[in-house]
Design a protein around this ligand. Structure first.
Ligand code: PLP
Length: 386
């Protein structure tokens, strides 16, 4: 059976060119970048080249990029680093109800440390209102953190507008750009951000490597204490193969991103239209137009997302019911609940995220199979009035 992977927002396979770029750094070029002999210098050079590639994809300077162990660490670093370094100014953070758990759980942690957090609501499309951000700012606000695009429903937030509000108020602005970096244009100056989190495994790079962009001049506490790596901001011997792979993935994305986004947008729009034609009582979650080119999130009335997922899995089709982190969790998605979905609708959600190796034929296969699965599950559903 041909396997059809449609969960690219959870993670992506490593691009063959990325793997090839990484391999020598496990074997021949294994040096510690802090060593001053040639092995060390070769590793150091490779890291700096990768840093340049990551920086140029977001229009940043190389010295504004700090490598981390992934998106989760970058989010933790941004929030804790800014809050702890600016405690004398205030203890208030503004974020949204639809952030990734890496942000929400860090906020909970900071609440235990006497920080006060405002969780902004979103509209039915999962969109934050810049006016709400403005209203929430107090003299004690030290940080605003709003994600660039949501991992579950794909809605792209009006960051540039929020960036202007943050700058006018003199408040640091962070965004979790894990789902947009390498997929749609991300420019730290256009968005007006001081900090931005990214992760390699969402753009055909390896897992366990990411970065935090820190605008020059941002007051931020060291996150990992130890040696003087990463300009003294993140200690620990660098993950050289991971960093090299990340740099390569960024280089490829820079070259291919525009064309790939256009290709996926066509596939996505056609797939949504066909789903709506073939299955009754479905609802598109997220924004109809301001959404990631690869994201399709639907709620199917009267059936459980998990049941659809398992039935699709049996047919060799791999999708998701929400974020991978909360799959297997019986709580309905906090993102869908924030958009005003009922618990029943949230439980009936299904997310397909397309990627580099997704073809029209694969999507056709899903369209051939899914209506039958829904029909079968609906005949067994206690939720449907028969
Ligand atoms: N933020 C968002 C929006 C994500 O989608 C993810 C990954 O699922 C993360 C953060 C966490 O990134 P990582 O898996 O690199 O820790």
């Amino acid at each position: 059976m041909k396997r059809i992977y449609l969960d690219y927002a959870a993670t992506t396979p490593v691009h063959p060119d990325v793997l090839n770029a990484m391999l020598p750094y496990f074997t021949d070029n294994f040096g510690n970048p802090s060593s001053i002999h040639s092995y060390g210098l070769e590793a150091r050079e490779a890291i700096e080249k990768a840093r340049g590639n990551v920086a140029s994809l977001i229009n940043a300077r190389s010295d504004e990029i700090v490598f981390t162990s992934g998106g989760t660490e970058a989010d933790n670093f941004a929030l804790q680093g800014v809050c702890f370094a600016n405690e004398s100014k205030g203890n208030h953070i503004i974020t949204t109800a639809i952030e990734h758990h890496a942000i929400l759980e860090t906020c909970k942690f900071l609440e235990k440390k006497d920080f006060h957090v405002t969780y902004l609501p979103v509209d039915k499309y999962g969109m934050v209102a810049p006016a709400d951000v403005k209203k929430a700012i107090t003299p004690k606000t030290v940080l605003i953190s709003v994600m660039h695009a949501n991992n579950e429903v794909g809605t792209i937030q009006p960051l540039a507008e929020i960036g202007r509000i943050a700058r006018d108020a003199g408040v640091y602005f962070h965004t979790d750009a894990v789902q947009t970096f390498g997929h749609i244009p991300v420019d730290v100056n256009e968005l007006g951000v001081n900090l931005l989190s990214v992760s390699a495994h969402k753009l055909y790079g390896p897992k366990g490597i990411g970065a935090l962009y820190i605008r020059k001049g941002t007051r931020i506490a060291t996150f990992m204490h130890g040696g003087g790596q990463e300009g003294g901001r993140r200690a620990g011997t660098e993950n050289v193969p991971g960093i090299v792979g990340f740099g390569k993935a960024a280089e490829i994305a820079r070259r291919e991103m525009a064309e790939e986004a256009a290709r996926l947008t066509v596939l996505k729009d056609k797939f949504i239209a066909e789903l709506q034609e073939r299955i009754d009582n479905i609802h598109l979650n997220g924004h109809p137009t301001e959404r990631l080119p690869n994201n399709i999130n639907i709620s199917v009335s009267y059936v459980e997302g998990e049941a659809m997922l398992l039935n699709l899995d049996m047919q060799g089709i791999y999708a998701s019911t929400g974020s991978a982190c909360s799959s297997g969790n019986l709580e309905p998605s906090h993102v869908l609940i924030a958009t005003g979905c009922s618990h029943e609708q949230a439980h009936g959600s299904l997310r397909f995220t397309l990627g580099k190796w997704t073809t029209e034929e694969e999507l056709q296969n899903v369209l051939d199979v899914l209506p039958g699965i829904v029909k079968k599950l609906r005949t067994m559903s206690p939720l449907i009035k028969k």
